[in-house]
Design a protein around this ligand. Structure first.
Ligand SMILES: [Zn+2]
Length: 510
C-alpha cells in the first residue's frame, strides 16, 4: 500500500458496494448500462479504485502474458501471440470494440544463440548476449581475435590503443548501474563510444554488464532500421573483470559468436479497445502502455504489468457497467523498444482526430509506487489531475515533475500538442531488472501494481467525466517553446529525432 492510501475507507466502500459489484471477476458478462444505478455511476471513481485493489484478475493476466507467451520483441512470434492474446482479453472483458492497427517498422533484429570463450592464456566460457540492432559476427560465425582493453570506452582510450586496436575485440568497462541517472549515463555513453570503436577499426566490441555478477540484459545499441555496423555484445560483469586483469599480464585471445539476424521492414500491430462516450463520444481520453518487451526475461516490469493494467481497467469499466462522458481508448503499443514505432504510427494514423484526444496517459516504469506524474513540460496539467482524482483523495499522487521525458509512448502525443502524462513511479523493482533476465513475474510488486491500477482507473474516469475539456491542445509554436524550455530539443537531437520534428514529419502542423 502506498503510505497515503486510506485502506479502511476503500475497504468499507468495497463492502458497501459489493452487492452492486460482485460480478464474477474473470469472464463476467458486462453489466448493461441501463441496469446500472445512478449511484454506481456517481461513485464510479471510488468503485473502480476499490475493484482494481481487490477484485480483478490483473495478476493472473500478467502471469499468462509472462509465463505462457514470454519475452516478446516486436516482430517475434511471441509478440504476435501477445497481440492476439490482448485482443481476446479485451473481448472477454466485454469490450467488443477492439481492433488492431498495422504499421511498418523499418528494420528487424533478432538475437541468436550467442557464445564466447576465452581461449588464451587459459580457457573459460564467457557469458555474452548480443546488443539489439548490432550486426552479427561475420557470416554469423565465430570470430577469433586478440582482446584489447578500451577502458571506459572514451575516444581517448580508443585512440591510445593505436594500431593494436585494428581487427581486435575491444573490451569496454562499465560502472555498476545503481540509479536511473547511471542508466541514462549508460545510454549517453554509447554514441561516442561506438564512433570511436569504428574509427579504431576494431572487429567487435564487448561491453561489461553494468549489473552485478553474471546478470545480462538487452541494451539497445542501435535502433530499428539503423543498425550499428560493429558486432557488439554485453559481457557478464565478473567475466569482463577477469579478462581485463588477464590483459594486464599479456595477450588474451577470445572467440566470439553472435549470430543475430538483421532484416528489412516488417509489419507490426497495435491493439486498440474503445468504450464510446455517452455525451461526447468524439472526445477521447487515451490510456496506453507498451505490450512488447525484450526477450531475456519475460517483460513483467517492462512493461507487462502495465499492459495487463490497461486491459484490467477496461474490464472494470465493463464489469461495473459504467459509461464515461467521453470516449476512453485503451491502447497497447508495440515497437516501443525498437524506437517508439507503435505510438508514432498511432499518432500518424489518427492525425485527423488528434485534436479530439483530450488527454494521453502512459505507464512504463513497472510496478513501482506512483507518487505523481511527469507533466512533460506542462504545469497546467496538475489541476485537471486534481479534479479527476477528487473522488479518491487517498492517493495523494502529487509529487510531480514538469520535466519532459523523451523515451516512451507519450512522445508523439507531446509533439502533437496533446496533454500527456507519464506516471512517476518509484524506480524499484523496475530498474535492477531493466531489460534483464530477471524481468520476470516474481519481480513485480503485486500490491503496488494493484494500487497503480486503482489510481489509473480513477484518473481515466475522472478525466473522461470532466465537465469541460480538461486541458488545451498546444499549437506548434507552443510545443516548440516547450521543447526548448525543457531542453527536450537536446535529447531529441541526441536521439536523432529532431529532424522529424523540424521537417514536420512528426508533430502538430500549426
Ligand atoms: Zn518500457
Amino acid at each position: 500500500m502506498p503510505k497515503a492510501v486510506d485502506k479502511s475507507r476503500l475497504f468499507i466502500l468495497a463492502l458497501v458496494c459489493s452487492l452492486a459489484m460482485l460480478t464474477s471477476w474473470t469472464e463476467a458478462a458486462p453489466r448493461q448500462s441501463a441496469a446500472v444505478s445512478a449511484d454506481v455511476q456517481a461513485h464510479a471513481a471510488e468503485l473502480l479504485a476499490a475493484r482494481e485493489r481487490w477484485q480483478t484478475p490483473l495478476l493472473d493476466d500478467l502471469r499468462q502474458l509472462c509465463d505462457t507467451i514470454g519475452g516478446r520483441p516486436t516482430g517475434s512470434k511471441a509478440c504476435d501471440r501477445a497481440v492476439d492474446w490482448a485482443v481476446a482479453r479485451f473481448r472477454a472483458a466485454g469490450v467488443e470494440s477492439t481492433w488492431t492497427e498495422g504499421y511498418t517498422i523499418p528494420g528487424s533484429w533478432e538475437g541468436g544463440a550467442d557464445h564466447a570463450e576465452c581461449i588464451a592464456p587459459t580457457q573459460f566460457p564467457i557469458r555474452v548476449v548480443a546488443g539489439p540492432f548490432t550486426v552479427p559476427t561475420p557470416n554469423g560465425q565465430a570470430l577469433e581475435a586478440p582482446l584489447v582493453n578500451a577502458g571506459e570506452g572514451s575516444s581517448e582510450s580508443f585512440a591510445r590503443l593505436g594500431d593494436k586496436a585494428r581487427g581486435s575485440i575491444a573490451l569496454v568497462l562499465s560502472p555498476e548501474m545503481k540509479t536511473e541517472a547511471d542508466l541514462f549515463a549508460e545510454y549517453g555513453r554509447d554514441g561516442a563510444m561506438f564512433a570511436a570503436a569504428r574509427r579504431a577499426g576494431v572487429a567487435a566490441v564487448m561491453v561489461q554488464s553494468s549489473r552485478p555478477g553474471v546478470l545480462l540484459y538487452r541494451h539497445p545499441m542501435g535502433l530499428g532500421g539503423d543498425s550499428l555496423p560493429i558486432p557488439a555484445a554485453m559481457v557478464a560483469r565478473v567475466h569482463a573483470a577477469r579478462l581485463a586483469r588477464l590483459a594486464e599480464q599479456g595477450e588474451v585471445r577470445v572467440r566470439l559468436e553472435l549470430p543475430s539476424r538483421v532484416g528489412g521492414p516488417f509489419q507490426a500491430r497495435n491493439v486498440v479497445a474503445e468504450i464510446r462516450g455517452r455525451e461526447l463520444p468524439q472526445e477521447i481520453v487515451l490510456i496506453g502502455a507498451h505490450l512488447d518487451s525484450w526477450d531475456l526475461g519475460t517483460g513483467a516490469e517492462d512493461n507487462g504489468v502495465n499492459a495487463a493494467m490497461v486491459i484490467d481497467i477496461a474490464r472494470s469499466f465493463k464489469a461495473l457497467g459504467i459509461v464515461p462522458r467521453r470516449t476512453v481508448r485503451f491502447v497497447l503499443f508495440t515497437g516501443e523498444e525498437q524506437g517508439l514505432f507503435g505510438s508514432e504510427a498511432y499518432v500518424l494514423q489518427h492525425a485527423q482526430e488528434m485534436g479530439q484526444h483530450v488527454f494521453m496517459i502512459t505507464f512504463d516504469t513497472g510496478s513501482g509506487h506512483t507518487s505523481g506524474f511527469y507533466l512533460n513540460g506542462r504545469a497546467d496539467l496538475r489541476q485537471p489531475i486534481d479534479q479527476a482524482l477528487a473522488a479518491v483523495p487517498g492517493f495523494a499522487a502529487d509529487d510531480d515533475s514538469v520535466e519532459a521525458i523523451d523515451g516512451t509512448d507519450n512522445f508523439d502525443f507531446l509533439l502533437s500538442g496533446v496533454p500527456n502524462l507519464i506516471a512517476k513511479q518509484e524506480w524499484a523493482p523496475y530498474l535492477p531488472n531493466y531489460h534483464a533476465e530477471t524481468d520476470v513475474y516474481e519481480a513485480v510488486n503485486q500490491g503496488e501494481a494493484r494500487n497503480n491500477a486503482a489510481l489509473a482507473a480513477a484518473l481515466v474516469w475522472g478525466l473522461a467525466e470532466s465537465p469541460s475539456r480538461p486541458a488545451a491542445r498546444q499549437s506548434r509554436a507552443e510545443v516548440e517553446e516547450l521543447l526548448r524550455n525543457t531542453k527536450m530539443d537536446e535529447q531529441m537531437k541526441g536521439l536523432g529525432q529532431w529532424q522529424d520534428w523540424e521537417s514536420g514529419k512528426r508533430g502538430v502542423s500549426q
